[in-house]
Design a protein around this ligand. Structure first.
Ligand code: FE2
Length: 204
């Protein structure tokens, strides 16, 4: 989804003294709703947020606080894309730094597209946010063209769409492959993780 040069020019974010500091759900949603007006982008961000929470809970076995940190990174990762695309993702990073939020969350947001922002994903949170940025969009596009939506969607169908370069052409196959490699996740496993969990977000 990123087309222009958005290099951040730095690799250190936030203040280590703010470790563990997060926004409340209420404050996060207020920021989300006031900055992001495009319903399609909102849905994308909600999908990524839900996937991040699920991964934190199921694969990382994190407690509620940990799950919220992951969800928050997903919820706000594109917060500035709608109204300030040329400041993506500088603006949201600066906002979260000003609000003294945990550097782990800010770093994950800064590295969610390292080919564009120049920040390499290092932590598990960084890598999963990057991995969840592109593939869910293709899976969602696929659900919209299926009569039953997510119902009965399988791995084979998603992989077929992935191979069709013209299908959801803005979804970067290069980023998907790179993200899987960095996170050491098999593409098939990632697809199968996403389908049933994203289906729940779409129903809301
Ligand atoms: Fe995104």
């Amino acid at each position: 989804m990123h087309t222009m040069s958005l290099q951040l020019g730095r690799t250190v974010f936030g203040d280590p003294a703010n470790k563990g500091r997060v926004l409340s759900r209420e404050d996060a949603l207020e920021l989300f709703n006031s900055w992001v007006l495009n319903p399609k982008l909102k849905l994308h961000m909600l999908q990524v947020a839900a996937l991040m929470r699920s991964w934190a809970a199921e694969k990382e076995q994190l407690d509620e606080a940990g799950q919220w940190r992951w969800e928050l990174a997903g919820l706000l990762h594109d917060a500035d894309w709608d109204q300030w695309p040329d400041l993506h993702c500088k603006k949201i990073i600066e906002e979260l730094e000003q609000r003294q939020i945990d550097p782990e969350i800010i770093r994950a947001i800064a590295s969610h597209g390292h080919l564009h922002f120049g920040v390499i994903p290092e932590t598990q949170m960084d890598k999963l946010l990057y991995a969840f940025d592109e593939l869910p969009g293709l899976i969602h596009a696929y659900s919209l063209m299926r009569p039953g939506g997510y119902e009965g969607m399988d791995l084979k169908g998603v992989k077929k769409r992935l191979k069709e370069k013209s299908f959801a052409a803005n979804v970067s196959r290069e980023d998907i492959a790179d993200a899987c490699e960095r996170a050491a996740i098999q593409l098939d496993d990632l697809i199968q993780f996403i389908i049933p969990r994203q289906a729940l977000v779409a129903e809301k």
